[in-house]
Design a protein around this ligand. Structure first.
Ligand code: UDP
Length: 460
Protein backbone atom coordinates (compact mmCIF):
# COMPACT_ATOMS: atom_id res chain seq x y z
CA UNK A 1 0.00 0.00 0.00
CA UNK A 2 1.26 3.48 -0.85
CA UNK A 3 1.67 5.28 2.47
CA UNK A 4 3.39 8.36 1.13
CA UNK A 5 1.61 11.55 2.15
CA UNK A 6 0.42 13.68 -0.80
CA UNK A 7 0.60 17.45 -0.49
CA UNK A 8 -2.50 19.41 -1.35
CA UNK A 9 -2.60 23.16 -1.91
CA UNK A 10 -5.79 25.17 -1.48
CA UNK A 11 -5.92 28.23 -3.73
CA UNK A 12 -8.57 30.90 -3.19
CA UNK A 13 -9.72 32.75 -6.30
CA UNK A 14 -10.96 36.32 -6.14
CA UNK A 15 -13.72 36.92 -8.70
CA UNK A 16 -11.84 39.33 -10.99
CA UNK A 17 -10.46 38.29 -14.38
CA UNK A 18 -7.10 40.02 -13.88
CA UNK A 19 -6.62 38.25 -10.53
CA UNK A 20 -8.02 34.80 -11.18
CA UNK A 21 -6.02 34.20 -14.38
CA UNK A 22 -2.59 34.42 -12.67
CA UNK A 23 -3.88 32.30 -9.77
CA UNK A 24 -5.01 29.56 -12.15
CA UNK A 25 -1.65 29.70 -13.91
CA UNK A 26 0.04 29.34 -10.54
CA UNK A 27 -2.15 26.30 -9.84
CA UNK A 28 -1.05 24.72 -13.14
CA UNK A 29 2.61 25.37 -12.38
CA UNK A 30 2.40 23.88 -8.89
CA UNK A 31 0.39 20.91 -10.13
CA UNK A 32 3.21 20.19 -12.60
CA UNK A 33 5.54 20.10 -9.56
CA UNK A 34 3.54 17.25 -8.02
CA UNK A 35 1.07 19.05 -5.73
CA UNK A 36 -2.64 18.22 -5.64
CA UNK A 37 -4.77 21.31 -6.17
CA UNK A 38 -8.07 22.49 -4.70
CA UNK A 39 -9.56 25.73 -5.98
CA UNK A 40 -12.10 27.60 -3.87
CA UNK A 41 -14.02 30.07 -6.00
CA UNK A 42 -17.17 32.14 -6.13
CA UNK A 43 -19.83 29.98 -7.71
CA UNK A 44 -21.89 32.46 -9.70
CA UNK A 45 -19.72 35.48 -10.48
CA UNK A 46 -16.60 35.30 -12.63
CA UNK A 47 -15.99 31.68 -11.79
CA UNK A 48 -13.80 29.57 -14.08
CA UNK A 49 -15.23 26.56 -15.85
CA UNK A 50 -14.09 23.49 -13.85
CA UNK A 51 -14.26 21.29 -16.96
CA UNK A 52 -11.39 23.36 -18.41
CA UNK A 53 -9.24 22.27 -15.46
CA UNK A 54 -9.80 18.53 -14.96
CA UNK A 55 -6.68 18.18 -12.79
CA UNK A 56 -8.04 20.44 -10.06
CA UNK A 57 -10.82 19.94 -7.51
CA UNK A 58 -13.21 22.90 -7.32
CA UNK A 59 -15.15 23.98 -4.25
CA UNK A 60 -17.72 26.78 -4.15
CA UNK A 61 -16.95 29.54 -1.67
CA UNK A 62 -19.62 31.92 -0.45
CA UNK A 63 -18.50 35.51 -0.87
CA UNK A 64 -21.83 37.14 -0.05
CA UNK A 65 -21.93 39.58 -2.96
CA UNK A 66 -25.31 40.99 -3.88
CA UNK A 67 -26.49 41.23 -7.51
CA UNK A 68 -26.36 45.03 -7.23
CA UNK A 69 -22.75 44.92 -6.11
CA UNK A 70 -21.80 42.55 -8.90
CA UNK A 71 -23.36 44.77 -11.55
CA UNK A 72 -21.94 47.96 -9.96
CA UNK A 73 -18.37 46.84 -10.82
CA UNK A 74 -17.28 48.88 -7.79
CA UNK A 75 -13.95 47.16 -7.22
CA UNK A 76 -13.30 48.70 -3.80
CA UNK A 77 -16.76 47.97 -2.42
CA UNK A 78 -16.68 44.39 -3.74
CA UNK A 79 -13.26 43.79 -2.19
CA UNK A 80 -14.43 44.99 1.22
CA UNK A 81 -17.42 42.63 1.09
CA UNK A 82 -15.26 39.71 -0.05
CA UNK A 83 -13.00 40.22 2.92
CA UNK A 84 -15.75 40.52 5.51
CA UNK A 85 -18.11 37.84 4.25
CA UNK A 86 -15.70 35.10 3.16
CA UNK A 87 -14.10 34.52 6.57
CA UNK A 88 -16.50 32.10 8.23
CA UNK A 89 -17.39 30.07 5.07
CA UNK A 90 -13.69 29.81 4.29
CA UNK A 91 -12.91 28.61 7.80
CA UNK A 92 -15.58 25.91 7.44
CA UNK A 93 -14.25 24.91 4.03
CA UNK A 94 -10.67 24.63 5.29
CA UNK A 95 -11.61 22.68 8.43
CA UNK A 96 -13.51 20.28 6.20
CA UNK A 97 -10.52 19.96 3.87
CA UNK A 98 -8.16 19.30 6.78
CA UNK A 99 -10.44 16.51 8.04
CA UNK A 100 -10.74 14.96 4.58
CA UNK A 101 -6.98 15.11 4.09
CA UNK A 102 -6.39 13.34 7.42
CA UNK A 103 -8.41 10.37 6.25
CA UNK A 104 -6.83 10.07 2.82
CA UNK A 105 -3.04 10.17 3.19
CA UNK A 106 -3.01 13.83 2.31
CA UNK A 107 -1.87 16.97 4.00
CA UNK A 108 -3.00 20.54 3.34
CA UNK A 109 0.48 21.87 2.71
CA UNK A 110 -0.47 25.45 2.18
CA UNK A 111 -3.23 28.00 1.52
CA UNK A 112 -2.51 30.41 -1.32
CA UNK A 113 -4.51 33.61 -1.62
CA UNK A 114 -4.47 36.91 -3.45
CA UNK A 115 -3.18 39.99 -1.63
CA UNK A 116 -6.63 41.57 -2.16
CA UNK A 117 -8.05 38.99 0.23
CA UNK A 118 -6.12 40.17 3.29
CA UNK A 119 -8.62 38.71 5.78
CA UNK A 120 -7.51 35.17 4.89
CA UNK A 121 -4.23 35.82 6.73
CA UNK A 122 -5.89 35.45 10.13
CA UNK A 123 -7.92 32.40 9.04
CA UNK A 124 -4.76 30.53 8.00
CA UNK A 125 -3.03 31.55 11.21
CA UNK A 126 -5.95 30.40 13.37
CA UNK A 127 -6.05 27.02 11.66
CA UNK A 128 -2.23 26.76 11.79
CA UNK A 129 -2.03 26.32 8.04
CA UNK A 130 1.07 27.54 6.20
CA UNK A 131 0.18 30.35 3.80
CA UNK A 132 1.47 32.18 0.75
CA UNK A 133 0.24 35.42 -0.79
CA UNK A 134 0.15 35.97 -4.52
CA UNK A 135 0.73 39.57 -5.58
CA UNK A 136 -0.74 40.05 -9.03
CA UNK A 137 0.58 43.55 -9.66
CA UNK A 138 4.13 44.69 -10.36
CA UNK A 139 6.63 44.76 -7.49
CA UNK A 140 7.03 48.49 -8.15
CA UNK A 141 3.32 49.04 -7.64
CA UNK A 142 3.56 47.24 -4.34
CA UNK A 143 6.33 49.63 -3.31
CA UNK A 144 4.02 52.58 -3.92
CA UNK A 145 1.82 51.18 -1.11
CA UNK A 146 4.79 51.32 1.21
CA UNK A 147 5.47 54.90 0.12
CA UNK A 148 1.84 55.68 0.90
CA UNK A 149 2.20 54.28 4.43
CA UNK A 150 5.42 56.19 5.00
CA UNK A 151 3.74 59.43 3.97
CA UNK A 152 0.72 58.62 6.10
CA UNK A 153 2.88 58.02 9.18
CA UNK A 154 4.55 61.40 8.65
CA UNK A 155 1.19 63.12 8.20
CA UNK A 156 1.90 63.95 4.53
CA UNK A 157 -1.54 62.91 3.37
CA UNK A 158 -3.57 63.31 1.33
CA UNK A 159 -1.01 62.81 -1.41
CA UNK A 160 -0.70 66.16 -3.10
CA UNK A 161 -2.33 66.86 -6.46
CA UNK A 162 -2.59 63.50 -8.19
CA UNK A 163 -1.61 65.06 -11.52
CA UNK A 164 1.58 66.58 -10.10
CA UNK A 165 4.76 65.95 -12.07
CA UNK A 166 6.90 66.14 -8.93
CA UNK A 167 8.85 63.04 -8.04
CA UNK A 168 7.67 61.02 -5.03
CA UNK A 169 10.54 61.44 -2.54
CA UNK A 170 9.78 58.14 -0.77
CA UNK A 171 10.32 56.28 -4.02
CA UNK A 172 13.54 58.00 -5.05
CA UNK A 173 15.79 55.80 -2.96
CA UNK A 174 14.07 52.75 -4.41
CA UNK A 175 16.65 52.27 -7.10
CA UNK A 176 15.00 54.40 -9.74
CA UNK A 177 17.38 57.30 -9.43
CA UNK A 178 19.09 56.47 -12.69
CA UNK A 179 15.84 55.47 -14.35
CA UNK A 180 13.50 58.41 -13.76
CA UNK A 181 11.60 57.82 -10.55
CA UNK A 182 7.85 57.77 -10.20
CA UNK A 183 5.94 61.05 -10.09
CA UNK A 184 2.84 61.68 -7.99
CA UNK A 185 0.95 61.50 -11.29
CA UNK A 186 2.06 57.86 -11.70
CA UNK A 187 0.85 56.63 -8.32
CA UNK A 188 -2.34 54.65 -7.87
CA UNK A 189 -4.97 57.02 -6.49
CA UNK A 190 -5.26 56.35 -2.78
CA UNK A 191 -8.11 58.80 -2.59
CA UNK A 192 -10.75 57.23 -0.43
CA UNK A 193 -10.63 56.33 3.22
CA UNK A 194 -11.81 52.78 2.46
CA UNK A 195 -9.07 52.32 -0.10
CA UNK A 196 -6.44 53.61 2.32
CA UNK A 197 -7.65 51.13 4.92
CA UNK A 198 -7.38 48.31 2.39
CA UNK A 199 -3.80 49.23 1.59
CA UNK A 200 -2.89 49.27 5.25
CA UNK A 201 -4.52 45.86 5.71
CA UNK A 202 -2.91 44.23 2.69
CA UNK A 203 0.51 45.52 3.76
CA UNK A 204 0.04 44.03 7.21
CA UNK A 205 -0.29 40.47 5.86
CA UNK A 206 2.55 38.21 6.99
CA UNK A 207 2.03 34.86 5.23
CA UNK A 208 4.19 32.21 6.87
CA UNK A 209 5.82 30.84 3.71
CA UNK A 210 6.27 34.07 1.77
CA UNK A 211 5.05 36.15 -1.13
CA UNK A 212 4.86 35.16 -4.79
CA UNK A 213 5.22 38.06 -7.22
CA UNK A 214 4.00 37.74 -10.79
CA UNK A 215 7.08 39.44 -12.12
CA UNK A 216 10.56 38.69 -13.33
CA UNK A 217 13.96 39.92 -12.19
CA UNK A 218 15.02 41.34 -15.54
CA UNK A 219 12.07 43.75 -15.44
CA UNK A 220 12.05 44.77 -11.79
CA UNK A 221 15.28 43.72 -10.11
CA UNK A 222 15.68 46.97 -8.16
CA UNK A 223 12.12 47.00 -6.87
CA UNK A 224 12.39 43.34 -5.95
CA UNK A 225 15.60 43.98 -3.98
CA UNK A 226 13.81 46.73 -2.10
CA UNK A 227 10.88 44.43 -1.36
CA UNK A 228 13.28 41.81 -0.02
CA UNK A 229 14.65 44.49 2.32
CA UNK A 230 11.24 45.70 3.46
CA UNK A 231 9.81 42.25 4.12
CA UNK A 232 11.15 39.91 6.70
CA UNK A 233 9.63 37.08 4.67
CA UNK A 234 10.68 35.37 1.44
CA UNK A 235 9.74 36.91 -1.91
CA UNK A 236 9.50 34.57 -4.92
CA UNK A 237 9.45 36.36 -8.31
CA UNK A 238 8.29 33.46 -10.47
CA UNK A 239 6.60 35.32 -13.31
CA UNK A 240 5.36 35.91 -15.83
CA UNK A 241 3.07 33.16 -14.60
CA UNK A 242 1.35 32.66 -17.96
CA UNK A 243 4.74 31.86 -19.48
CA UNK A 244 5.80 29.63 -16.62
CA UNK A 245 2.57 27.67 -17.23
CA UNK A 246 3.03 27.63 -20.97
CA UNK A 247 2.20 23.97 -21.49
CA UNK A 248 -1.27 24.88 -20.20
CA UNK A 249 -3.40 25.83 -23.19
CA UNK A 250 -6.74 25.87 -21.33
CA UNK A 251 -8.60 29.13 -21.12
CA UNK A 252 -9.23 30.86 -17.80
CA UNK A 253 -11.35 33.49 -19.48
CA UNK A 254 -14.66 34.38 -17.81
CA UNK A 255 -16.06 35.52 -21.17
CA UNK A 256 -16.18 33.44 -24.34
CA UNK A 257 -13.28 34.34 -26.64
CA UNK A 258 -14.04 35.15 -30.27
CA UNK A 259 -11.50 33.22 -32.34
CA UNK A 260 -12.74 34.64 -35.64
CA UNK A 261 -10.26 37.49 -35.17
CA UNK A 262 -7.36 35.04 -35.53
CA UNK A 263 -8.65 34.16 -39.01
CA UNK A 264 -8.82 37.88 -39.78
CA UNK A 265 -5.26 38.38 -38.45
CA UNK A 266 -4.01 35.52 -40.66
CA UNK A 267 -4.83 37.70 -43.67
CA UNK A 268 -2.92 40.77 -42.48
CA UNK A 269 0.67 41.77 -43.21
CA UNK A 270 3.35 41.20 -40.57
CA UNK A 271 3.19 43.69 -37.69
CA UNK A 272 0.58 45.80 -39.46
CA UNK A 273 -2.25 45.57 -36.90
CA UNK A 274 -2.88 47.66 -33.79
CA UNK A 275 -4.66 45.62 -31.10
CA UNK A 276 -6.99 47.83 -29.03
CA UNK A 277 -8.29 46.63 -25.65
CA UNK A 278 -8.84 48.12 -22.20
CA UNK A 279 -9.01 44.81 -20.29
CA UNK A 280 -11.95 43.61 -18.25
CA UNK A 281 -12.94 46.73 -16.24
CA UNK A 282 -11.97 50.05 -17.88
CA UNK A 283 -14.05 51.32 -20.80
CA UNK A 284 -14.80 54.26 -23.10
CA UNK A 285 -18.25 55.87 -23.13
CA UNK A 286 -20.19 56.23 -26.37
CA UNK A 287 -18.82 59.68 -27.21
CA UNK A 288 -15.25 58.47 -26.65
CA UNK A 289 -15.88 55.33 -28.71
CA UNK A 290 -16.88 57.54 -31.61
CA UNK A 291 -13.68 59.61 -31.28
CA UNK A 292 -11.65 56.38 -31.13
CA UNK A 293 -13.41 55.10 -34.27
CA UNK A 294 -12.60 58.37 -36.09
CA UNK A 295 -8.99 58.37 -34.85
CA UNK A 296 -8.41 54.76 -35.89
CA UNK A 297 -10.04 55.34 -39.27
CA UNK A 298 -7.97 58.47 -39.95
CA UNK A 299 -4.71 56.78 -38.89
CA UNK A 300 -5.10 54.49 -41.91
CA UNK A 301 -3.77 51.56 -39.87
CA UNK A 302 -5.28 48.09 -39.53
CA UNK A 303 -6.84 47.47 -36.12
CA UNK A 304 -8.40 44.73 -34.02
CA UNK A 305 -10.67 46.33 -31.44
CA UNK A 306 -12.26 44.73 -28.37
CA UNK A 307 -15.56 46.36 -27.36
CA UNK A 308 -16.88 44.44 -24.37
CA UNK A 309 -20.62 43.76 -23.99
CA UNK A 310 -22.09 46.29 -21.59
CA UNK A 311 -19.70 49.06 -22.69
CA UNK A 312 -22.61 50.64 -24.53
CA UNK A 313 -26.17 49.46 -24.97
CA UNK A 314 -26.05 48.32 -28.53
CA UNK A 315 -22.77 48.13 -30.43
CA UNK A 316 -24.40 47.37 -33.81
CA UNK A 317 -26.72 50.36 -33.46
CA UNK A 318 -23.76 52.59 -32.56
CA UNK A 319 -21.75 51.28 -35.52
CA UNK A 320 -24.71 51.95 -37.79
CA UNK A 321 -24.91 55.54 -36.51
CA UNK A 322 -21.31 56.35 -37.52
CA UNK A 323 -20.64 58.50 -40.61
CA UNK A 324 -20.22 56.58 -43.87
CA UNK A 325 -16.45 57.15 -44.20
CA UNK A 326 -15.78 55.79 -40.69
CA UNK A 327 -18.01 52.76 -41.32
CA UNK A 328 -16.14 52.09 -44.54
CA UNK A 329 -12.75 52.41 -42.82
CA UNK A 330 -13.85 49.94 -40.12
CA UNK A 331 -15.02 47.51 -42.80
CA UNK A 332 -11.81 47.83 -44.82
CA UNK A 333 -9.21 47.99 -42.08
CA UNK A 334 -10.83 46.92 -38.83
CA UNK A 335 -12.12 43.91 -36.95
CA UNK A 336 -14.30 44.37 -33.86
CA UNK A 337 -14.89 41.59 -31.31
CA UNK A 338 -16.51 41.39 -27.89
CA UNK A 339 -13.64 39.53 -26.26
CA UNK A 340 -10.44 38.30 -27.90
CA UNK A 341 -8.11 35.40 -27.11
CA UNK A 342 -5.60 38.08 -26.10
CA UNK A 343 -2.48 35.98 -25.63
CA UNK A 344 -2.92 34.39 -29.08
CA UNK A 345 -3.58 37.82 -30.56
CA UNK A 346 -0.43 39.33 -29.08
CA UNK A 347 1.61 36.32 -30.22
CA UNK A 348 0.30 36.66 -33.78
CA UNK A 349 2.83 37.92 -36.31
CA UNK A 350 0.25 40.32 -37.75
CA UNK A 351 0.17 42.39 -34.55
CA UNK A 352 2.62 45.30 -34.34
CA UNK A 353 1.25 47.39 -31.48
CA UNK A 354 -1.14 47.33 -28.52
CA UNK A 355 -3.29 50.24 -27.33
CA UNK A 356 -3.73 49.19 -23.72
CA UNK A 357 -4.95 50.36 -20.33
CA UNK A 358 -1.73 48.85 -18.97
CA UNK A 359 -3.27 46.31 -16.58
CA UNK A 360 -0.40 44.19 -15.26
CA UNK A 361 -1.52 41.02 -17.08
CA UNK A 362 -1.86 42.85 -20.39
CA UNK A 363 1.52 44.50 -19.79
CA UNK A 364 3.25 41.17 -19.14
CA UNK A 365 1.46 39.44 -22.03
CA UNK A 366 2.59 42.19 -24.40
CA UNK A 367 6.17 42.23 -23.12
CA UNK A 368 6.41 38.45 -23.50
CA UNK A 369 5.53 38.79 -27.18
CA UNK A 370 7.68 41.85 -27.85
CA UNK A 371 4.71 44.10 -28.73
CA UNK A 372 5.16 47.84 -27.96
CA UNK A 373 2.31 49.61 -26.17
CA UNK A 374 0.35 52.85 -26.55
CA UNK A 375 -0.33 53.49 -22.87
CA UNK A 376 -3.70 54.68 -21.65
CA UNK A 377 -3.74 54.01 -17.91
CA UNK A 378 -6.93 54.57 -15.94
CA UNK A 379 -6.71 53.61 -12.28
CA UNK A 380 -4.92 51.49 -9.69
CA UNK A 381 -1.57 50.09 -10.72
CA UNK A 382 -2.09 50.98 -14.40
CA UNK A 383 -0.41 54.37 -13.99
CA UNK A 384 2.67 52.78 -12.40
CA UNK A 385 2.84 50.19 -15.20
CA UNK A 386 2.50 52.88 -17.86
CA UNK A 387 5.42 54.77 -16.34
CA UNK A 388 7.56 51.62 -16.26
CA UNK A 389 6.66 50.90 -19.90
CA UNK A 390 7.38 54.39 -21.16
CA UNK A 391 10.29 55.55 -19.03
CA UNK A 392 12.06 52.52 -17.60
CA UNK A 393 11.79 49.81 -20.26
CA UNK A 394 11.07 52.37 -23.01
CA UNK A 395 8.70 50.12 -24.90
CA UNK A 396 5.56 52.16 -24.25
CA UNK A 397 4.33 55.43 -25.66
CA UNK A 398 3.25 58.13 -23.22
CA UNK A 399 0.77 60.57 -24.78
CA UNK A 400 -1.82 63.11 -23.71
CA UNK A 401 -4.51 60.43 -23.13
CA UNK A 402 -7.03 62.87 -24.56
CA UNK A 403 -9.69 60.89 -26.39
CA UNK A 404 -10.00 63.14 -29.41
CA UNK A 405 -9.75 61.98 -33.03
CA UNK A 406 -6.71 64.04 -34.15
CA UNK A 407 -4.78 63.22 -31.01
CA UNK A 408 -5.53 59.52 -31.49
CA UNK A 409 -4.66 59.52 -35.18
CA UNK A 410 -1.27 61.10 -34.46
CA UNK A 411 -0.45 58.81 -31.55
CA UNK A 412 -1.40 55.64 -33.41
CA UNK A 413 0.89 56.69 -36.26
CA UNK A 414 3.71 57.45 -33.81
CA UNK A 415 3.50 53.85 -32.62
CA UNK A 416 2.75 52.01 -35.86
CA UNK A 417 4.53 54.07 -38.52
CA UNK A 418 7.15 56.45 -37.12
CA UNK A 419 10.78 55.70 -36.27
CA UNK A 420 9.94 56.20 -32.58
CA UNK A 421 7.59 53.17 -32.68
CA UNK A 422 10.10 51.06 -34.59
CA UNK A 423 12.77 51.72 -31.96
CA UNK A 424 10.33 50.72 -29.24
CA UNK A 425 9.56 47.50 -31.11
CA UNK A 426 13.29 46.69 -31.25
CA UNK A 427 13.67 47.21 -27.51
CA UNK A 428 10.52 45.14 -26.90
CA UNK A 429 12.01 42.31 -28.97
CA UNK A 430 15.18 42.32 -26.82
CA UNK A 431 13.16 42.36 -23.61
CA UNK A 432 10.99 39.48 -24.80
CA UNK A 433 14.12 37.34 -25.24
CA UNK A 434 15.43 38.25 -21.78
CA UNK A 435 12.09 37.31 -20.19
CA UNK A 436 11.98 34.00 -22.05
CA UNK A 437 15.47 33.17 -20.83
CA UNK A 438 14.51 33.91 -17.21
CA UNK A 439 11.53 31.57 -17.56
CA UNK A 440 13.39 28.70 -19.25
CA UNK A 441 16.56 28.57 -17.19
CA UNK A 442 17.04 31.83 -15.31
CA UNK A 443 15.74 33.75 -12.31
CA UNK A 444 12.04 32.74 -12.50
CA UNK A 445 12.93 29.10 -13.00
CA UNK A 446 15.24 29.20 -9.95
CA UNK A 447 12.71 31.10 -7.83
CA UNK A 448 10.07 28.46 -8.59
CA UNK A 449 12.36 25.66 -7.46
CA UNK A 450 13.08 27.66 -4.30
CA UNK A 451 9.35 28.03 -3.65
CA UNK A 452 8.65 24.31 -4.06
CA UNK A 453 11.49 23.46 -1.66
CA UNK A 454 10.11 25.96 0.84
CA UNK A 455 6.60 24.47 0.77
CA UNK A 456 7.93 20.93 1.13
CA UNK A 457 10.45 21.79 3.87
CA UNK A 458 7.70 22.97 6.22
CA UNK A 459 5.58 19.95 5.47
CA UNK A 460 7.88 16.97 5.89
N1 UDP B 1 -8.30 39.66 -21.94
C1 UDP B 1 -8.71 38.74 -22.87
N2 UDP B 1 -9.44 39.16 -23.93
C2 UDP B 1 -9.79 40.45 -24.12
C3 UDP B 1 -9.37 41.41 -23.16
C4 UDP B 1 -8.63 40.98 -22.08
O1 UDP B 1 -8.40 37.55 -22.75
O2 UDP B 1 -10.48 40.75 -25.11
C5 UDP B 1 -7.52 39.20 -20.78
C6 UDP B 1 -6.07 39.59 -20.90
O3 UDP B 1 -5.36 38.62 -21.65
C7 UDP B 1 -5.62 39.69 -19.45
C8 UDP B 1 -6.90 40.03 -18.69
O4 UDP B 1 -7.99 39.82 -19.59
O5 UDP B 1 -5.11 38.45 -19.01
C9 UDP B 1 -6.96 41.48 -18.26
O6 UDP B 1 -6.12 41.64 -17.17
P1 UDP B 1 -5.34 43.00 -16.91
O7 UDP B 1 -4.54 42.82 -15.65
O8 UDP B 1 -4.57 43.39 -18.10
O9 UDP B 1 -6.47 44.08 -16.72
P2 UDP B 1 -7.82 44.16 -15.84
O10 UDP B 1 -8.88 43.49 -16.64
O11 UDP B 1 -7.54 43.48 -14.52
O12 UDP B 1 -8.05 45.62 -15.72
Amino acid sequence: MDTQIRHRLVLILPPFQGHLTPMLHLATILHSKGFSITIASHDNFNSPNPSNHPNFSFLPLFYGLSETQISSKNFVDITVTLNTKCVSPLKELLVDQIEKANTSHEKIACVIYDGLMYSIDSVARELKLPSIVLRTTSATNFLTYHAFLQRQSRGCLPLQDCMSLDMVPELEPLGFKDLQPLRFKDLPMFNSHVMQQQITKTLAIRPSLGVICNTVNCLEDKSLCRLHDLYEISVFPIGPLHMMAEEDSTSSSCVEEDYSCIGWLNNQATKSVLYVSLGSIASWDEKELTEVAWGLANSKQKFLWVIRPGTINDVSEWLESLPKEVKMAIEERGCIVKWAPQREVLAHQGVGGFWSHCGWNSTLESLCEGVPIMCQPYFGDQRVNARLLSHVWKVGLEWSNVIERNEIEGTVRRLMVNEEGKEMAQRAFKLKNEIRLAVKAGSSYDALNGLVKRILSLNL
